[in-house]
Write a protein that binds this ligand. Structure first.
Ligand SMILES: [Zn+2]
Length: 329
């Protein structure tokens, strides 16, 4: 039966079935009249007694949202079922027609449907809820109130690869990966974010500083990866400007970011003031922090730093610290 039916065009088959139903020819007669071998005929089913739409809804765990009389709509989290009163039976699951198995008609106040419709609908329903919609990105022009504005400064780029790992891995690429992840997360948390670079281009240190000066963010965060002759050195460091007072915004933001990073990075080198003059920190007039996320010269830490999941975890740690600081101010 299946072999023969599958060779018939679906539209032609639908027309034939409609004609046969109108002519009062049952399924069994139809099969036999096509001369199929006895064994291929499905065993005779018990008579299909009609049930009410409410019974159908209970069996399928659906809620009736439009009770009729001529059109009934039922729903669960993942599906919408529509049933029309119609002598040929019309039932749709999520817009796709399903075989009704017989007449669908009003009997007094209730719409009656064939009991086989329960299985036909069940077979067509989605078993899982549709995937959640992605969180829309806040539109900077929509007048939304931001929690704050942050400039993320991915170190190096272009002709300046930054520190290099033993395998030729570039600091510039790692920090760009972390920066992009962090930028997306900040936006989703209602924090306006501006980037000094969002691709592999070279940006002068002074241009990074003047970028921050033009946009006057609440915080400037420069993102780097460390290097040392000692290949055992590992862990993150958070630098604040040398001029920053003990309780200054830079110091407080640095402490918050360090608290985030210590949940992800095994070794903490704490919040420090650099022995040398780090230009982006010292010349920036807004609160500023420079993070070294780990050592590219440490083989184990370098392997971690190259992994997308680890970069995302580092980004999450940075964002958690930034958000906590913006909220505590
Ligand atoms: Zn660097």
């Amino acid at each position: 039966m299946m072999i023969i039916l599958s060779r018939i065009h679906p539209l032609l088959l639908a027309a034939m079935l409609a004609w046969l139903a109108a002519a009062g020819v049952g399924c069994e007669e139809m099969s036999l009249s096509w001369g199929l071998h006895e064994r291929s005929v499905a065993p005779k089913r018990p008579v299909d007694r009609p049930i009410t739409v409410n019974q159908l809804a209970r069996r399928l765990d659906l809620t009736v949202i439009q009770p009729g009389p001529d059109i009934v709509r039922l729903q669960n989290r993942a599906n919408t079922v529509t049933i029309f009163a119609d002598p040929y039976g019309s039932a749709y699951v999520n817009g796709d027609r399903v075989p009704s198995g017989g007449r669908i008609e009003l009997a007094g106040p209730s719409l009656m449907v064939p009991a086989t419709l329960v299985d036909n609908i069940r077979n067509a329903m989605h078993t899982e809820a549709p995937p959640p919609r992605p969180t829309p990105k806040p539109d900077p022009l929509s007048g939304r109130r931001w929690l704050g504005t942050v400039v993320l400064d991915a170190g190096h780029g272009g002709k300046d690869p930054g520190a290099m790992g033993a395998g030729g891995d570039r600091e510039a690429d790692i920090v760009l990966g972390v920066t992009r992840e962090a930028a997306t997360m900040l936006q989703h948390r209602g924090i306006k974010v501006l980037l000094t670079r969002d691709d592999d281009t070279f940006v002068e240190l002074d241009d990074r500083v003047s970028f921050a000066g033009r946009h006057r963010p609440d915080l400037f965060v420069s993102i780097h990866v460390d290097a040392a002759g000692n290949t055992q050195a590992r862990g993150y460091t958070v630098y604040v400007p040398r001029r920053a007072a003990e309780d200054s915004p830079s110091e407080q933001a640095g402490e918050r970011i360090a608290r985030g990073l210590e949940r992800v990075v095994a070794v903490s080198r704490g919040v420090r003031r650099h022995a040398k003059n780090l230009r982006v920190l010292e010349k920036t007039s807004v609160p500023a922090v420079l993070v070294e996320l780990g050592f590219i010269t440490n083989a184990g830490e370098c392997r971690l730093l190259l992994r997308r999941e680890y970069q995302a975890r580092l980004a999450g740690a940075l964002v958690g610290g930034i958000e906590a600081w913006l909220k505590q101010r």
